[in-house]
Design a binder for this molecule. Structure first.
Ligand SMILES: [Zn+2]
Length: 343
């Protein structure tokens, strides 16, 4: 049985290829971070090398060894920290890592039917690494399968994309995540409901959050920091913007995640305003959202949502970061009941 939550379409497709013996020699799994790409890749590797009739059985020696990361023929290549020629530390897949793959590609499988290479974060390959990998994929080797994973297909060289069978993983419905958390991980119903709403369709994120309280704590800190800005004066807003810009040069992802939280908050306000409060994500802030929504018009909320989206895009395009953040802070709409903002 495939143990992948909420990816029925992708699983059915792969299962059929397996049954028809029409496996591709390279797959590209595309989907949001933590949506389940690695889980699907490991399940596929298990299914391909499974010793039982119902593949993947999850019980045979091969399945167990792959699940435990101990199978000699299944290698996982992940991002590593490397220092570039200017002395800057970057997360990349290096030429050395790809060379290791190339070295073992031509050796026969050691214990399984196929040798499988799972490469995570393939969009972060250096150009040299991508070129070498491409050469290997262009000349398929019998009994070797590549499973490449990416959260951003746009950054993967087109030459690599075109050589792979693309499999898309879609965001998982909140109800499915909730059921999975309760059914598989025995999470208490109320907590499962909250996690499933704030996971943004990513089951893996919800699973990480049940194991690590810090993720939920961090979300709360970030949300509360934003909420304080909604009625802050310009001085405090600009100080906040300056800190965000400083952070952006250190870690772009964190700033984009913070902006996603802000976006989620204002989407919730829109839902409350449109009498669809039952669909909000931040259900633990239901009262605050209700109070806050009463201070804004639908138009104000819509315009600010557009501004957040445009700030996210401009940051990605490397527009003047400071200016982008300051303009965003200036554009926070004014509430007609300021005293209600911070509960
Ligand atoms: Zn098995």
């Amino acid at each position: 049985m495939w143990s992948v939550v909420g990816q029925n379409k992708a699983v059915t497709f792969l299962q059929k290829s397996l049954e028809k013996n029409s496996l591709a020699h390279a797959y590209l799994l595309v989907g949001l971070p933590h949506v389940g790409k690695m889980t699907l890749a490991v399940n596929l590797a298990m299914a391909i090398n499974c010793e039982s009739d119902e593949r993947p059985c999850g019980k045979c020696a091969s399945c167990l060894r792959i699940a435990a990361g101990k199978h000699a023929d299944v290698q996982v290549i992940e991002l590593s920290q490397i220092v570039d020629s200017e002395g800057e530390s970057k997360t990349k897949i290096s030429v050395e890592q790809v060379d290791q793959i190339l070295h073992s590609v031509n050796l026969a499988p050691y214990e399984g039917k196929y040798k499988i290479f799972i490469v995570d974060g393939v969009e972060f390959m250096s150009i040299g690494a991508a070129n070498r990998l491409l050469k290997t994929i262009e000349e398929p080797v019998q009994n070797v399968i590549f499973i490449l994973l990416t959260s951003n297909q746009g950054l993967v060289p087109a030459t690599i994309v075109s050589r792979c069978q693309r499999v898309e993983l879609l965001p998982v419905a909140a109800e499915t995540i909730e059921q999975g958390l309760v059914g598989i991980y025995h999470v208490e119903q109320e907590n499962a409901k909250l996690l499933s709403r704030i996971a943004n369709g990513c089951f893996g994120w919800a699973v990480s959050a049940i194991r690590d309280d810090a993720l939920i704590q961090q979300r709360k800190e970030w949300l509360d920091a934003w909420r304080e800005m909604f009625d802050a004066d310009y001085d405090r807003r600009f100080t906040f913007a300056a800190k965000m810009v400083e952070k952006y040069t250190q870690n772009r992802n964190v700033v984009q995640q913070k902006l996603d939280l802000l976006l989620g908050w204002w989407h919730d306000l829109l839902l409350v305003k449109a009498h669809c409060g039952q669909d909000i994500k931040n259900i633990d802030y239901q009262n605050e959202l209700n109070k806050m929504a009463s201070g804004y018009s639908l138009g104000q909320i819509r315009v600010f949502i557009d501004r957040i989206q445009s700030a996210k895009e401009q940051l990605r395009l490397n527009t003047n970061h400071q200016l982008v953040m300051e303009v965003l802070m200036l554009n926070i709409p004014e509430s007609k009941n300021v005293e209600n903002l911070v509960a």
